[in-house]
Design a protein around this ligand. Structure first.
Ligand code: ATP
Ligand code: MG
Length: 257
C-alpha cells in the first residue's frame, strides 16, 4: 500500500494565498473526490502536488510514503508514481501521442530496461480499445487538434499506459458527451485496485455515478471544510454549497482585491 499525505498545505500564487491549510490523506485502493465552488483552489492543489513552478508552497508538507515530495523535481514526482490529468491539456507539436507515452513509460523504468516495442504496441492497442479510441490517435501529435473530449480521453489513455500509483484527475468529465463519460469512467474503474489511488476533481455527481468514490471532500476558500462518503456528493447535488455553508456557519468570502 502507498500513501499520499498533504499536511497543512499553504500555497500562494504571486503573493496571494490560495490554499490556506489543506489536509488530505489518501491510500492506494481508494478513490477520493474533491468538489468545491469555482476558484476555491482545487486545481491549485493538484498543481502544487505535481510541482508546478508558479505555485509557491509557503507552509506544510506533501509526503509520498513518507518521502518529501516538495524536495522532488517535477520529473521525479512523476517517476515516484504521481500523475496529473490537467484541466486544460496542452498541445505539443512534433511529438506523437505514442512517442510521448513510450518516453514516459521508459522514463519510469530502470536505466537500460526500455519497454520492448511489441509489448508497448500490444498494451497501447489494448488500452485504446478499452477507451474506444481510433488507432490513428496514437500517431497524431500530442493533443494537436484533438477535440476537448478527445483530449480528456487521451489523458486517461496516458494514465492507463503509464500505470501511475496516484492519479489526480482535474475535471476529467468536463466537456465529455454521455458516451465519452462512460468510457472515461470505464478506464478509471479498470485502474482501480490495491496499487492505485485517485483524487478526482469534479463539479458533478454525474461522474461519481460511474466512479463511486470512497471519500468525498468539499473544498471552500482554500481549505477542506468537510469530508464524508459518496453520499456527501449526492447531498451537494441537491442542496448546492449553501447547505454546507449553513451547516458550518461559513460566509461566502468575496475576493478582497
Ligand atoms: N497563475 C495565476 N495567477 C493569478 N491567480 C491565479 C493563478 N492561478 C490561479 N489563480 C487564482 O487562484 C484561485 C484558485 O484557482 P484554482 O484554479 O485552483 O481554482 P479551482 O478550484 O480549480 O476552480 P475551478 O472549479 O473553476 O476550476 C482563483 O482565484 C484563481 O484566479
Ligand atoms: Mg480548477
Amino acid at each position: 500500500m502507498a500513501r499520499l499525505e498533504v499536511k497543512n498545505l499553504h500555497v500562494s500564487i504571486e503573493d496571494k494565498e490560495i490554499l490556506k491549510g489543506v489536509d488530505l490523506i489518501m491510500n492506494t485502493g481508494e478513490i477520493h473526490a474533491i468538489m468545491g465552488p469555482n476558484g476555491t483552489g482545487k486545481s491549485t492543489l493538484s498543481a502544487a502536488i505535481m510541482g508546478h513552478p508558479s505555485y509557491t508552497v509557503t507552509k506544510g508538507e506533501i509526503l509520498l510514503d513518507g518521502q518529501d515530495v516538495l524536495e522532488m523535481e517535477v520529473d521525479e514526482r512523476a517517476r515516484a508514481g504521481l500523475f496529473l490529468a490537467v484541466q486544460y491539456p496542452s498541445e505539443i507539436a512534433g511529438i506523437t501521442n505514442a512517442e510521448f507515452m513510450r518516453a514516459a513509460i521508459n522514463a519510469r523504468r530502470p536505466e537500460g530496461n526500455k519497454i520492448p516495442v511489441m509489448e508497448f504496441i500490444r498494451k497501447l492497442d489494448e488500452k485504446m480499445a478499452v477507451l474506444d479510441m481510433p488507432e490513428e490517435m496514437a500517431e497524431r501529435y500530442l493533443n494537436e487538434g484533438f477535440s476537448g473530449g478527445e483530449k480528456k480521453r487521451n489523458e486517461i489513455l496516458q494514465l492507463m499506459m503509464i500505470e501511475s500509483t496516484f492519479a489526480i484527475l482535474d475535471e476529467i468529465d468536463s466537456g465529455l458527451d454521455i458516451d465519452a463519460l462512460k468510457v472515461v469512467s470505464k478506464g478509471v474503474n479498470a485502474m482501480r485496485g490495491e496499487n492505485f489511488g485517485s483524487l478526482i476533481i469534479t463539479h458533478y455527481q454525474r461522474l461519481l455515478n460511474y466512479i463511486t468514490p470512497d471519500v468525498v471532500h468539499v473544498m471552500m476558500n482554500g481549505i477542506i471544510v468537510k469530508t464524508g462518503g459518496a453520499e456527501l456528493a449526492k447531498r451537494l447535488e441537491v442542496e448546492g454549497y449553501k447547505g454546507i455553508r449553513d451547516e458550518l456557519g461559513l460566509e461566502v468570502v468575496l475576493d478582497e482585491d
